[in-house]
Design a protein around this ligand. Structure first.
Ligand code: PLP
Length: 355
């Protein structure tokens, strides 16, 4: 029995793996592989249509918001966002609360002025800044909803009239929120919604077409909307896996239902960390992420012994990111509660041995 706590690419539902593998050999009883069908066929159009419709339904999006599936990962969105929304002589506001939150700041600076409204870099991004001012004249305000590396999560949506742009790569569709509050949302699929190779972008179409610069077609959200995410050959298989995962999520009862389970998983793990002196959490309690749980040991000499035990028990992906050290355990939508029980049992067993 393997328990997969990888940070990304990461665990997906077992039934998605089964359906996706069947589709590689024989897609929908056509005798063709999903890998060899044309993207402009009714076969694939149905996949894309269902992916978009299910995403809209799960997020309860209004008609102003369009759903796109694009290439290039979240990292491409770091520059595609300012290219489309930020004029040379204009300003955008950014919150810097993680390694992933610092990268889009660098990219946006290539296109206009960037004002960093707050940063938690001073404490290795171990908390979320709360008291910051978003300048009223900013073209948009950008932040990362969940900091995958450091294990913090924004548990509030900033109050502002400035258009909100969010990188939701590591917590999209993991919790209930008003997605219509956002002007633009992007997420690499490989954490919570599918296979690597595709991004989901949700954009309020009324924000587009306002910048003066000329935008290459592949970078222009309007062109992708006009062409239904098929300006060129889309990542067919990656979109298919997204569709299956979104379908699975709908079957689980949607975002509210998964939110509840995600909460149970995170509470169980944080309670265990808090109650075992061997382990120590690294982030401010009120900012703890329900997706990526980061913790260390007071005695780093024990780290290897714990990782060895995890390995022996079939636990994958427990080692922390090199910038924080210690351990990082990711609890994405597809991870079952039983895997968290298995891990906390190992932690308790380890603590008894090393008390
Ligand atoms: C993983 C991650 C990224 C990078 O995604 P790519 O698809 O590899 O470009 C960006 N932002 C966050 C919050 C992430 O977790």
């Amino acid at each position: 029995m393997i328990h997969n706590f990888n940070a990304g690419p990461s665990i997906l539902p077992g039934e998605v793996f089964e359906q996706a593998s069947r589709a590689i050999l024989n897609f929908n009883d056509t005798g063709l592989s999903i890998l060899e069908i044309g993207h402009r066929t009714p076969l694939f159009q149905a996949v894309l249509d269902e992916a978009i419709a299910t995403a809209k339904e799960l997020m309860q999006l209004d008609n102003d918001h369009e759903v796109l599936f694009l290439h290039g990962g979240a990292t491409t969105q770091f520059f595609q966002v300012p290219m489309n929304l930020l004029d040379d002589n204009a300003k955008a506001a950014y919150l810097e609360c993680g390694v992933w939150g610092s990268k889009p700041i660098k990219e946006a600076s290539l296109f206009g002025t960037v004002e960093v409204v707050a940063s938690s870099k001073d404490k290795n991004y171990s908390y979320i800044p709360k008291h910051f001012q978003i300048p009223e004249d900013a073209a948009y305000f950008h932040y990362t909803t969940n900091n995958t590396i450091e294990g913090t999560q924004m548990h509030f949506v900033p109050e502002t009239n400035v258009p909100l742009v969010a990188d939701m790569s590591s917590d999209i569709l993991s919790r209930s929120m008003d997605f219509n509050r956002f002007t633009l949302i992007y997420a690499g699929a490989q954490k919570n919604i599918g296979a690597a190779g595709v991004n989901m972008v949700v954009v309020n179409k009324h924000i587009l077409g306002k910048v003066k610069r000329r935008i290459p077609s592949m970078m222009d959200y309007r062109k992708h909307i006009e062409n239904g995410s098929m300006l060129n050959t889309p990542p067919v298989f990656a979109i298919y896996v997204c569709m299956l995962t979104l379908r699975w999520l709908k079957k689980q009862g949607g975002v509210a239902a998964i939110d509840k389970i995600n909460h149970q998983k995170a509470s169980l793990l944080y309670d265990t960390i808090d109650n075992i002196p061997v382990f120590r959490p690294t982030v401010a309690k009120e900012d703890r992420s329900n997706m990526n749980v980061v913790f260390v040991m007071d005695n780093p000499d024990l780290e290897k012994a714990f990782l060895d035990l995890c390995k022996k028990e079939g636990m994958v992906g427990v080692k922390g990111h090199r910038s924080v050290g210690g351990f990082r355990v990711s609890l994405y939508n597809a991870l079952p509660l039983s895997s968290v029980h298995a891990l906390t049992d190992v932690m308790k067993h380890f603590a008894l041995q090393h008390a």
